[in-house]
Design a protein around this ligand. Structure first.
Ligand code: SF4
Length: 258
């Protein structure tokens, strides 16, 4: 049972990605060795070219992970590698989860660490958008399960009784001017992104949904706020409104544009 959001360490995710790269290097080495004679029989020098190709892919992968680490550390980094960074994460993450499992690291912890890294990369890009170009998406489980009001599609149907955080978010959206939507799943969330055409997204969700959601909406920049699950997953969840307000203030451009 989750009583509070744990603050994951960014280096955990980066460390596991590097470990996954090492495993991949060993795998590539094995593939190269096994295929060497066969490739040389097909054409002389083919095995060398294949080796160069594998080594180049590995070096590029290491460059992407190291670049991410530099960004996280606040050091100069190559911002042009953003697309490759997300592709690399998508490719290496399943392997990192398996290695983490062998070391006793839970998937959720790794996902939380990814969100911390991703939020930091978002902050380093210095992204700020007008309030009306920001979409805030929360999962349906943030609404109290016994509330009779239908708030998906139109959260303003909330009667603001204050028993759950939906009222806080509706009030905040009116105060700050951002789009606020409650999604029942990834498909609806993506549809909402298409309809509102935001320049950035702030999502409130669990580690798993934020991990996939942030990658799904790419190249749209997205910042994630973890929810709290005092009643177990996907049921009467909550969010720290101070954390949401802080994240919003960092993303939304002040009205005078400064
Ligand atoms: S705050 Fe809104 S959504 Fe939450 S229980 Fe009350 S009426 Fe329902």
């Amino acid at each position: 049972m989750d009583l509070a959001v744990q603050r994951p360490k960014k280096r955990l995710f980066l460390g596991m990605l590097l470990l996954a790269m090492l495993v991949l290097a060993a795998l590539f080495g094995g593939i190269w060795k096994i295929s060497y004679l066969g490739l040389e029989n097909i054409h002389e020098g083919l095995a060398q070219w294949f080796g160069v190709l594998l080594a180049a892919s590995l070096l590029f992968g290491i460059l992407v992970v190291v670049n991410m680490a530099l960004a996280v550390k606040g050091l100069p980094y190559l911002s042009v590698l953003q697309k490759q960074t997300y592709q690399m994460i998508r490719f290496l993450f399943p392997m990192a989860v398996r290695i983490g499992g062998l070391l006793g690291i839970r998937r959720r912890k790794l996902e939380g660490s990814f969100i911390a890294v991703s939020n930091l990369l978002f902050a380093r890009r210095g992204i700020r958008v007008p309030a009306d170009r920001l979409l805030v998406i929360t999962p349906h489980c943030l609404q109290l399960a016994d509330c009779p009001h239908k708030i998906t599609r139109d959260p303003k149907n909330c009667k603001r009784c204050g028993r759950c955080n939906i009222a806080d978010l509706v009030n905040l959206s009116e105060e700050m001017g951002f789009h606020f939507l409650v999604a029942t799943g990834g498909t609806l969330a993506r549809q909402m992104v298409r309809e509102t055409r935001p320049k950035a997204v702030l999502a409130v969700a669990c580690e798993r949904d934020l991990m996939s959601g942030i990658q799904d909406v790419y190249p749209l920049p997205a910042v994630g706020v973890l929810n709290m699950r005092p009643n177990g997953p996907c049921y009467n969840t909550k969010v720290d409104m101070d954390e949401v307000r802080k994240a919003l203030e960092a993303v939304i451009l002040p009205k005078d544009g400064k």
